[in-house]
Design a protein around this ligand. Structure first.
Ligand code: SAH
Length: 354
């Protein structure tokens, strides 16, 4: 008998590998082959909380599965619903770490923002997650499981779109993110179209190269946030390791349309001259620009650019032929910006302790 504990959990495998594992398991017990399809369906497509809930299977088989191939879970710690429909989930991991997901409904779309790491090492000046430092990488299941838990709770809430814009830097956890992308996209997994899945990065060059090797049409978003090296170094320490010019060249080599993300911070990156440099990059790459109003709370000392100034900045981009959208800040009443719920919870806990 192989030592089951030495193998990755069944939900940490890409669906095709999980299927192979289940085929071997079914063959070993001389069960009918159709069981394999029944079991694979319960991993991601029509998930169950535990095998015991898969009522199409004999009771004894369910018990054996729960024993030998347990379905891992994320424990829901807190869920908060914003007046605008945005929902924020805080998951507690077995070792006590916590991560967040945010579900953002918009018409017939439901976009889920997922975390790829507990904490983050990058310390971008405007980001709440950066203040807690890096805790650890998430496993493939801990990433794709954020989608699974939401489908488990309410199948109709299944996200139509997924963005890796929660806690952490996905391209610093490439092996697990790589597997999780397969789980999200594979028809044996969630079957979400690659064009509806976006990986957001500050521009980790080796990770960008690995991501570019994937044949699917996954989307890439680059957190630019400043139009030149000096300004970027002021708010994003990663600039020293991976300078803006190299990140732009890597994005060019990606050979697919990329999105630039640009958080607008008063007096830091919102001048006309900043817009003009951003225009030159966006034109060179044919990039789409997402303008994000700074979510307050993540960044003491930084002030959001006033709305009229954001509009003027966006208008300048558009009049130069650059496609740009100003994102509405969603879930402001529930601190739905990256890392804010976790930070808020810690603050409350500290307040209770003191
Ligand atoms: N590490 C990755 C993904 C996580 S952050 C990355 O940086 O792209 C996802 C997006 O949220 C990034 O564009 C980030 O800059 C943005 N963000 C972080 N803090 C923010 C804040 N306070 N207000 C608005 N956007 C913020």
């Amino acid at each position: 008998m192989p030592d089951a504990l030495a193998l990755p959990a069944i939900l940490d495998l890409p669906p095709a590998a999980a299927r192979e594992r289940l085929e071997a398991w079914v063959a070993q017990r001389q069960l009918p082959r159709y069981r394999v399809d029944q079991l694979v369906r319960r991993l991601w497509q029509a998930p169950v909380a535990a095998w015991t809930n898969a009522t199409e299977l004999p009771v004894a088989l369910r018990a054996e599965l729960d024993q030998e191939l347990p379905l891992t879970r994320l424990a829901l710690d807190v869920v908060e619903q914003s007046a605008d429909g945005t929902r924020k989930y805080l998951w507690r991991l077995p070792d006590g770490e916590a991560i967040e997901s945010v579900l953002i409904p918009s018409g017939s779309r439901r976009t889920l923002c997922i975390s790829s790491q507990a904490g983050c090492a990058l310390k971008c000046a405007f980001c709440a997650t950066g203040t807690m430092g890096f805790r650890r990488n998430l496993s493939p299941f801990e990433i794709a499981g954020q989608v699974r838990e939401i489908v488990l709770a309410t199948p109709d809430d299944k996200p139509t779109n997924v963005v890796y814009m929660g806690m952490g830097e996905p391209l610093l956890n490439w092996p697990a993110v790589d597997t999780s992308l397969t789980v999200l996209n594979d028809p044996l997994g969630f079957g979400i179209g690659a064009r509806h899945i976006t990986v957001s990065t500050v521009g980790i060059l080796p990770g960008m190269a690995a991501f570019a090797q994937r044949p699917e049409q996954f989307r890439l978003a680059i957190s630019l946030h400043a139009p030149n090296d000096a300004q970027r170094a002021g708010i994003m320490p990663i600039q020293k390791k991976y300078p803006l010019s190299d990140v732009l060249s890597a994005a060019e080599a990606f050979r697919r349309r990329v999105t630039f993300e640009y958080v607008m911070i008063a007096g830091v990156n919102d001048a006309d001259a900043d817009a003009d440099l951003l225009i030159s990059y966006a034109r060179r790459l044919g990039a789409f620009v997402n303008i994000l109003p700074l979510h307050p709370g993540g960044a003491p000392g930084l002030v959001p650019t006033p709305v009229h100034r954001i509009r003027a900045f966006a208008a300048r981009l558009r009049s130069a032929g650059v496609e740009a959208a100003v994102r509405r800040s969603r879930g402001l009443d529930i601190n739905a910006a990256c890392g804010q719920l976790k930070v808020e919870m810690e603050r409350k806990r500290r307040a209770v302790r003191n």
